[in-house]
Design a binder for this molecule. Structure first.
Ligand code: SD4
Length: 347
């Protein structure tokens, strides 16, 4: 992955189904839409980082054929989960301090229904397990062994997710690491990244957060990650915490996050972004305010950490903001099939 390869407004990727955009004027309703979107182009999907381009294309296949946003975000999130070149989501994710790959994921739909799994081992597609938690249990969040047991009962195969490459990277880290827990070990002790690696650099922070609005004007979101490399066993980040790593309110908009999950949890970041949009802020402005809220905390040194928010409002407008440079997000609709956009940032 080369995160510096920004393809702003770039051209149509092959194999992607093209749909006619549905343009919705203020006050008019799309048939079946829960709330009338105004002046938007539907459907649309967006997601964090450069792997979002391929993920968006999978989501777009669902959206462009009239499918539901929920199905789109699940299909999209499964792409990086299955990608062996990607060490921060799903299979081949870097392990924790003890060499165990533990995955976090959440999903939320237009009805406010949601499901999540945290510290889940041995299952390559946590996003699909999160959806089963939402649809087949009365619960929202299953963790650890219980989540694994549930996944296996649901027919998900139990697999070894630690690849030889990830094991090698972990062992290299062990040689130099002080073996101390660190909230931000990906930056301070990354060990396998390029010398002088900064927040947001290639192979540094990554989580896919994906938001979609379908042709009926309904929103859904998904978020999936292996969390921080070399974390303490049992550490859970923001990604599976509804309101922190992901939030969807079908009347207002949706938001997701990437970066140091502890800071996002402390500020209930994605919920905050949606509430700011409810008060009339644009998606970008709401994301910036949420970043500023994090930076207000006395013990946070913005130069040391990365957090990025991505938001989509009920009109399908997309915006983002991050603490550090280097954050990018991808947008896909009938006009933009492969647009990787550099996120604006405070530093
Ligand atoms: C976490 N936000 O677990 C996630 C993962 C991430 O850099 O983006 N790490 O805190």
């Amino acid at each position: 992955m080369d995160r510096r390869r920004f393809l702003q407004g770039a051209s149509v990727a092959s194999g992607v189904l093209l749909a006619q955009p549905v343009r919705v004027n203020a006050g008019s309703a799309v048939s079946g839409a829960s709330t009338a979107p105004a002046d938007g182009v539907l459907p649309r999907v967006c997601s964090t980082w450069d792997f979002g381009v391929a993920a968006n294309q999978a989501a777009w296949k669902v959206l462009s054929t009239g499918g539901r946003a929920l199905d789109a975000v699940e299909a999209g999130a499964r792409i990086p989960e299955a990608d062996l070149r990607n060490h921060s989501v799903g299979r081949a994710g870097y392990p924790d301090r003890d060499g165990k790959v533990t995955l976090d994921a959440s999903i939320m739909d237009e009805n406010g229904d949601c499901g999540a799994v945290a510290a889940l081992e041995h299952i390559a597609h946590p996003i699909s397990v999160a959806r089963r938690v939402m649809e087949r249990t009365p619960h929202v969040l299953l963790v650890g062994d219980g989540a694994l047991q549930f996944a296996m009962e649901q027919g998900f195969p139990k697999e070894e997710l630690l690849t030889p490459e990830s094991r090698e990277a972990w062992q290299a880290w062990l040689k130099t690491a002080k073996y101390k827990p660190s909230a931000n070990s990906e930056i301070r002790d990354y060990g396998v990244g390029p010398a002088g690696s900064k927040p947001g650099d290639a192979r540094n922070h990554d989580t896919i957060g994906m938001l979609a609005i379908d042709a009926r004007g309904n929103l859904s979101g998904a978020c999936t990650t292996s969390g921080m490399a070399w974390k303490l066993h049992g550490r859970v980040g923001d990604s599976p915490i509804i309101g922190a790593g992901l939030y969807v309110d079908n009347e207002v908009g949706a938001a997701t996050s990437t970066g140091v999950g502890e800071e996002v949890i402390r500020n209930v970041g994605s919920f905050l972004v949606v509430e700011l949009m409810r008060q009339g802020r644009s998606p970008e402005d709401a994301c910036r305010e949420a970043v500023e809220r994090i930076l207000k905390r006395k013990s946070v040194r913005g130069a040391d950490i990365q957090v990025g928010f991505l938001a989509m409002d009920k009109r399908g407008r997309v915006g983002a903001w991050a603490i550090q440079k280097g954050f990018s997000y991808a947008v896909c609709d009938a006009g933009k099939q492969d647009a990787l956009i550099p996120g604006k940032s405070t530093y």
